[in-house]
Design a binder for this molecule. Structure first.
Ligand SMILES: CC(C)(COP(=O)(O)OP(=O)(O)OC[C@H]1O[C@@H](n2cnc3c(N)ncnc32)[C@H](O)[C@@H]1OP(=O)(O)O)[C@@H](O)C(=O)NCCC(=O)NCCS
Length: 412
């Protein structure tokens, strides 16, 4: 994932859902030791959050992942969520972590790869013609970039058809309309400079959208194509429209993006029809896949025991370390006190080494000169990532110093 794509995802997820981003600063300026994004859907699934926690490889197995989970579960609860979903690479540290904290394994999405270098010349045209022979009464249209206004409601129909794809139980269907497509679809194309390609089949008799497939190419990884949505709407299934749209897309892509060598896609193992189309095109399994999982928020909060130092004692310790001076550090401590008025904002790490402090809005109001000075060891205020949300502050207890991260603003 290139940096622009990562930035767009971090601020609004794939589909513009609201969310929160929290970060544990590292000692190296500009780097994060750990972070998470908590997706908080606002249109459907309002009882759910979707969490992606990441700990720097050099800092793993120190309990930070559990701390992130606990903090995120608190934030999820504060936002009225009762279940946290996530996804990890199969058989990875993430999958082991999910099981260790008591998450329930859900759907597996197998990845498949189409190596365009292995596809014989003319193969996609041959497949397109074969599919077209079974798809009379349909017209194929295509566009590059975000959907033109006249196609917005047709694209919405395709998003709604995706509700029929296999998914874990408990997720509400997403209801898309033209406005939602305009505002929230194709975020990477609109905001991250990603090149987007769409191929649709329209039903001649009714003008309805019958099929849509989308592929994106990130200029930062130009040899890869990323398969997005493919959907055939219910009344039009069984006419080889999936193959027609995808074969047309591949033919177009090899001309429009000749440097693309591989296209990657993911499907639920149970999505037999889509897998059959993909295998006809030449896709092959590309393990590992993605393991979805979920955990109710309440047990997730309990995944890290809140033992040891109380919130008040921790705040006192911060105030003490300021040396009783008025001004900066004291202000910082009192602001922290206010932030900690909300129970659950201050936690002690399971291993006793990490103190995660939710600075709330308070830290955003501190002048820069007040950041990073607790009276024991001067530290630069490390502005690691500029997020729309406040950051976690991390204190390494044996150093007796506190590092701060600025909050507020937008991504830069
Ligand atoms: C998953 C991740 C966030 C865990 O971070 P972490 O700080 O190492 O996690 P913790 O130290 O709190 O580990 C908690 C428990 O998870 C389990 N666990 C974590 N990593 C593991 C691994 N590589 N192998 C086996 N078990 C593992 C262990 O039971 C561990 O407890 P223990 O160390 O006392 O045995 C980190 O590995 C990561 O960033 N992975 C990539 C992103 C990702 O997959 N995110 C998770 C999506 S669910």
């Amino acid at each position: 994932m290139s940096l622009p794509v990562f930035g767009v995802w971090l601020t609004g997820g794939w589909e513009g859902d609201p969310g929160e981003v929290w970060c544990v600063p590292s000692e190296s300026p500009g780097e994060a030791l750990a972070w998470y994004r908590l997706n908080l859907p606002d249109l459907e699934n309002k009882e759910r959050g979707f969490l992606i926690p990441v700990v720097h490889p050099t800092a793993r197995r120190n309990g930070i992942g559990r701390q992130l989970l606990r903090h995120a579960a608190d934030r999820a609860a504060a936002n009225g969520r009762t279940v946290l979903g996530s996804v990890a690479v199969q058989d990875s540290a993430g999958a082991a972590f999910a099981m260790a904290v008591g998450a329930k394994a859900g759907l597996v999405e197998a990845r498949r790869l189409l190596d365009l270098r292995k596809v014989p010349a003319g193969e996609f045209a041959r497949l397109r013609e074969r599919a077209a022979a079974a798809a009379t009464g349909y017209t194929v249209v295509s566009w590059a970039g975000p959907a033109p206004e006249e196609y917005l409601s047709l694209v919405a129909a395709a998003f709604n058809a995706m509700n029929d794809a296999p998914s874990d139980e408990g997720w509400e269907e997403e209801i898309w309309d033209a406005d939602r497509v305009r505002d929230r679809a194709s975020r990477l194309v609109r905001l991250a400079g990603v090149r987007g390609y769409s191929v649709a089949a329209l039903h001649d008799a009714t003008g309805e959208l019958a099929a849509l497939t989308q592929v994106e190419v990130d200029p930062g990884r130009p040899d890869w194509g990323y398969q997005g949505l493919t959907a055939v709407t219910r009344p039009h299934r069984g006419h080889r429209l999936g193959l027609l749209a995808k074969a047309t897309m591949m033919e177009w892509l090899t001309t429009a993006e000749p440097q693309v060598e591989r296209v990657v896609t993911g499907n639920a193992a149970s999505n037999q029809h889509m897998i059959a189309v993909n295998e006809t095109l030449g896709y092959e399994l590309y393990p590992p896949g993605w393991q979805f999982c979920e955990i109710p928020v309440k047990p997730a909060v309990r995944a890290v025991p809140a033992e040891g130092m109380t919130d008040t004692a921790a705040i006192d310790a911060l105030a003490d370390s300021s040396g009783g001076q008025s001004g900066g550090p004291t202000t910082a401590a009192s602001n922290l006190s206010r932030a900690a008025d909300n129970p659950g904002q201050l936690r002690r790490g399971a291993a006793g080494r990490w103190l995660l402090v939710d600075t709330g809005a308070a830290i955003a109001h501190l002048p820069a000169a007040h950041l990073g000075d607790t009276g024991c060891q001067r530290r630069q205020a490390g502005v690691l990532l500029r997020a729309r949300r406040p950051f976690i502050r991390a204190e390494r207890r044996h150093h007796h110093c506190v590092r701060h991260a600025a909050a507020g603003g937008t991504w830069t």
